[in-house]
Design a binder for this molecule. Structure first.
Ligand SMILES: C[S@@+](CC[C@H](N)C(=O)[O-])C[C@H]1O[C@@H](n2cnc3c(N)ncnc32)[C@H](O)[C@@H]1O
Length: 221
């Protein structure tokens, strides 16, 4: 997990280039991950797109929900999201650790590539649990580490030797070290599903995406 201030500063500075950088660093694989994430998201009244960033998911979510509430800490990211002009998407500036919503407000919550930046995974999950209706679902996409030890070594080498230098070049940010450190420290796979159940989710599962360099977690309150 990483320090909240550092994470916020990074996204403030790269907001206008975020989508290009993300596409580049993921070698174009991101749309596939988003597609897999959204495949399991059923229709409903209200969805929380937590750490919505530039609003990449708004288009799809707006077709399935009457209201899409996109919350992010970074104002520059929200300004980019606003330009998407999605009529039923509402933008809120706020902190994932202290959600400005009443208990049981949302049918669904989606966190795409955001959870590992929140600084305190458990507190943010508790907040999500609080604002979800009973029976509501949570869908998380997060970068992971392959379970296979050889793939794990190769992936970490690739992160340090290729992705990190390209990221620094594109973003001109030294703090990219910090962002990738958060991948290593994150509670992946069973650690996260265990935590979700401890918090009170009735069901929590995960699936591996692209050989385990990403995971999708789904939980039901
Ligand atoms: C990697 S981006 C993901 C954006 C988007 N969900 C996507 O999939 O492209 C991470 C986002 O998390 C936001 N963020 C980081 N810490 C946060 C916090 N404590 N509360 C709310 N948003 C936060 C950042 O501002 C950034 O927009």
């Amino acid at each position: 997990m990483e320090d909240k201030k550092t994470s916020a500063k990074v996204f403030d500075r790269i907001a206008n280039r975020y989508e290009v950088i993300a596409k580049f660093l993921s070698f174009g694989i991101l749309p596939l991950w988003f597609k897999r994430l959204l495949e399991g998201v059923e229709e409903g009244e209200r969805v929380l797109d937590l750490a919505c960033g530039s609003g990449i998911l708004f288009g799809e979510l707006s077709k399935r929900f009457n209201a899409v509430v996109g919350l992010d800490y970074s104002l520059p990211m929200l300004l980019v999201a606003k330009e998407k002009n999605v009529s039923n998407a509402y933008l809120v500036r706020g902190d994932a650790l202290k959600l400005p919503f009443k208990d049981e407000t949302f049918d669904t919550a989606v966190v795409s590539l955001g959870l590992r930046h929140f600084g305190d995974t458990e507190s943010s999950l508790r907040e999500i649990f609080r604002v979800l209706k009973k029976g509501g679902t949570l869908h998380i996409l997060e970068v992971g580490i392959p379970r296979n030890p050889i793939l794990e070594k190769l992936f970490l080498l690739f992160l340090k030797g290729v992705i990190l230098p390209i990221g620094k070049l594109l973003s001109r940010e030294e703090v990219f070290d910090h962002l990738f450190g958060s991948i290593v420290k994150f509670p992946h796979r069973e650690k996260l599903t265990r935590l979700l159940k401890e918090i009170g989710f009735e069901r929590a599962d995960y699936e591996s995406v692209t050989f385990g360099i990403a995971y999708i977690y789904r939980a039901k309150k």
